[in-house]
Design a protein around this ligand. Structure first.
Ligand code: 0X9
Ligand code: ZN
Length: 301
């Protein structure tokens, strides 16, 4: 039985998605966002009201870094809230969007972290010199390798890959994203800096709707704070308040898709550890942060 008091391997997460789509067939549809090097799928749920009227897309990318386990756990928690909560604000949030939610966009890396090397971050594609994986958040085709990324395949953290979109995970996911019409929001969940970040990740220049993103982000963090009194840094431009790094998903999405609401939530933890007994706490906090985000975005119009 799936719960939020333990961390699960990717097969169990995918079984959970399958079960939710079986239990809520009019609301939730299993979708394939892409493929992995080892032949897994990037599975997600599309959640939409049964009549399926055209609504803006809200996209959630989670688990791009393998060791950040709290991200997939929080994402399935959030899916559960969207599909089962009777809280009017959560139901309203559910009904407002065409949700595309992917809890583990780096399934090979996650499985490797789960079974072999807890601190694994990258994908699992082999390179010529015997090292494995690229950082999937340095591999997107925007300013690739300019800042904060390594060109050495043996770099454990930030190898950007042999070329932009060298990794099948980022390449196929980017194709899925390009195929979506009307994407209003793109949210990425990471750990563990406990911060809310805005594009761009490699330039401290403020983007054109920075003031709106800041106001919406503040509303989101305030809603989250009310749950557990946990203070998050930001909202602020990623390159300014965290560090400069190119080839991340949010920069590519913002630049090539023109998506208006783009954020990275760096969730809680220390050295990527967060006790399973406290997944609920993080899950409720993020659910309220999302309520805060969508209601402030609606107020702003
Ligand atoms: O480095 C990253 O990709 C993200 N931080 S993490 O510790 N989860 O790896 C930050 C992504 C936002 N971009 C930048 N600050 N460059
Ligand atoms: Zn990360």
């Amino acid at each position: 039985e799936f719960s939020w008091t333990a961390y699960y391997d990717v097969d169990d997460i995918y079984n959970y998605l399958q079960n939710m789509s079986d239990e809520h067939p009019q609301w939730a549809q299993l979708v394939v966002g892409g493929q992995s090097y080892e032949g897994r799928q990037i599975l997600g749920l599309r959640i939409n009201t049964p009549n399926n009227v055209d609504k803006p897309v809200m996209f959630i990318e989670s688990g791009i870094h393998a060791r950040e386990w709290i991200a997939p756990a929080t994402t399935t928690y959030f899916i559960n809230e969207l599909l089962t909560s009777s809280d009017p604000e959560i139901m309203e949030m559910r009904d407002q969007f065409d949700w595309h939610i992917f809890p583990t966009v780096n399934p090979d890396g996650y499985h490797y972290s789960y079974t072999r090397d807890r601190m694994w971050r990258k994908t699992r594609s082999p390179s010529d010199n015997g090292c494995y994986g690229a950082d999937p958040n340095r591999n997107w085709d925007y300013n690739w390798l300019d800042y904060g990324a390594s060109s050495n395949p043996c770099n454990y953290q930030t190898y950007g890959g042999s070329k932009p979109f060298s990794e099948i995970e980022t390449r196929t996911l980017s194709e899925y994203i390009s195929g979506l019409e009307n994407m209003l929001g793109y949210i990425a969940f990471h750990a563990d800096a406990q911060m809310l970040l805005l594009p761009y990740s490699d330039s401290s220049e403020h983007i054109d709707n920075y003031d709106d993103l800041k106001q919406i982000g503040d509303a989101s963090l305030n809603r989250g704070y009310a749950v557990n009194k946990a203070k998050y840094g930001g909202p602020g431009t990623a390159s300014e308040i965290l560090y400069k790094a190119s080839g991340g998903s949010i920069d590519w999405v913002r630049y090539t898709q023109g998506t208006r609401l783009v954020y990275v939530y760096e969730l809680r933890g220390r050295f990527f550890q967060w006790p399973a007994s406290r997944i609920h706490e993080q899950g409720d906090e993020v659910t309220q942060m999302m309520v805060g985000l969508v209601s402030e975005a609606r107020n702003l119009g």
